[in-house]
Design a protein around this ligand. Structure first.
Ligand SMILES: Cc1cc2nc3c(=O)[nH]c(=O)nc-3n(C[C@H](O)[C@H](O)[C@H](O)COP(=O)(O)O)c2cc1C
Length: 322
């Protein structure tokens, strides 16, 4: 399947995985490249530049195909000086594409573009897609409110956000938030996306390096089993509706300050929970589409099957509607 994004990135299928903190490491990222998609090593998982460089080199040893890196500008993930070190690493290691997220990417665009690196910025609204285009990015990921991670404060779902962003900009738009199968891939393409980017669906794969308890929690999940927390600190975050997320919500409702919330929302707790399987002990990102996922598959089956299902659906639609 050829689109502007498959052409831009030199990949087989228009299916990407976003940066997933702690999870998108070399083995997983290279598996997705080898399966014909593309994903991003998360810089903020690493304590320093050298550790990140080592991970990039490890990934390169595991695949001959393109892969990218995610550089988040959220200060709670990495301090600004360390973020600039990650940018240096991406340039020195000749990474082909960087996914930026969390804040205005403008300060990073000059150095990355001068090094010939494609920049894809993740936004949560058509307005931010326009400013990212103006700042010079090559493409945007537009994340709807049903998605995992930080889906913005506007509460606008993919079905409205995506086509509005597509008509607002001239650069390719990648759909994210709620995409998990051939039907949602086909819908995203029809709404004008040039590719999709998923997080939640990729957690429920054989190659994903998290504890089976998290994968099984996804299989058991209903579409109402996620919750938005951190709205009170204007940093909305969609998480599994578990013990920890409900504690955070109660604290917020009782007027807690950011300092009171920090011990509960620390990313380190997430790493521990995903490693030891005690899923209720941390806030863990998850999208609403968890409620539509009913199998744990290999990325080598998932990606081509999604694409051929989408192709079949688009063909059937054309036949059905004459
Ligand atoms: C466990 C988990 C960790 C994530 N970590 C990050 C991250 O570090 N940086 C980022 O930009 N997005 C992060 N995301 C968001 C994804 O990259 C992606 O935008 C989102 O999952 C898409 O929505 P979906 O889950 O409905 O597919 C994370 C998502 C999950 C499920």
């Amino acid at each position: 399947m050829k689109t502007k994004i498959t052409e831009m990135l030199g990949i087989e299928y228009p299916v990407l995985m976003g940066g997933l903190q702690w999870i998108s490491r070399a083995e997983f990222v290279s598996a997705i490249s080898n399966a014909g998609g593309l994903s991003f090593l998360t810089a903020a998982t690493h304590p320093n530049k050298q550790a990140f460089v080592d991970e990039i080199r490890k990934c390169r040893a595991l695949t001959k195909k393109p892969f990218g890196v995610n550089i988040s500008m959220l200060p709670e993930l990495a301090p600004a000086e360390l973020t600039m070190k990650f940018v240096e690493a991406a340039i020195e290691e000749k990474i082909q594409v960087v996914e930026t997220s969390g804040r205005d990417p403008a300060p990073l665009i000059g150095p990355l573009k001068r090094a010939g690196i494609k920049v894809i910025h993740k936004v949560t609204s058509p307005k931010h897609a326009k400013s990212a285009e103006k700042a010079g990015v090559d493409a945007v990921v537009v994340l709807g409110y049903e998605g995992a991670g930080h889906p913005g404060m506007d509460q606008v779902g993919t079905f409205v956000n995506l086509p509005k962003a597509v008509s607002a900009v001239n650069i390719p738009v990648i759909a994210a938030g709620g995409v998990c199968d051939g039907a949602s891939l086909a819908a995203a393409l029809i709404l004008g996306a040039e590719a999709v980017l998923m997080g939640t669906r990729f957690i429920a794969t054989k190659e994903c390096p998290v504890h089976d308890n998290l994968k099984n929690r996804i299989l058991d999940a209903d579409i109402t089993d996620t919750v938005i927390i951190q709205r009170s600190i204007r940093n909305a975050f969609r998480a599994i509706k578990n013990e920890k997320a409900l504690t955070v919500l109660e604290l917020e409702q009782a007027g807690a300050r950011i300092e009171d919330l920090l011990p509960h929302i620390s990313g380190k707790l997430g790493l521990e929970a995903m490693t030891n399987g005690d899923i209720d002990k941390a806030v863990i990102s998850l999208g609403q589409c968890a409620g539509r996922i009913d199998s744990i598959t290999s990325v080598f089956e998932l990606i081509p099957a999604m694409v051929s299902d989408a192709e079949m659906r688009i063909k059937n639609l054309a036949a059905r509607t004459g």
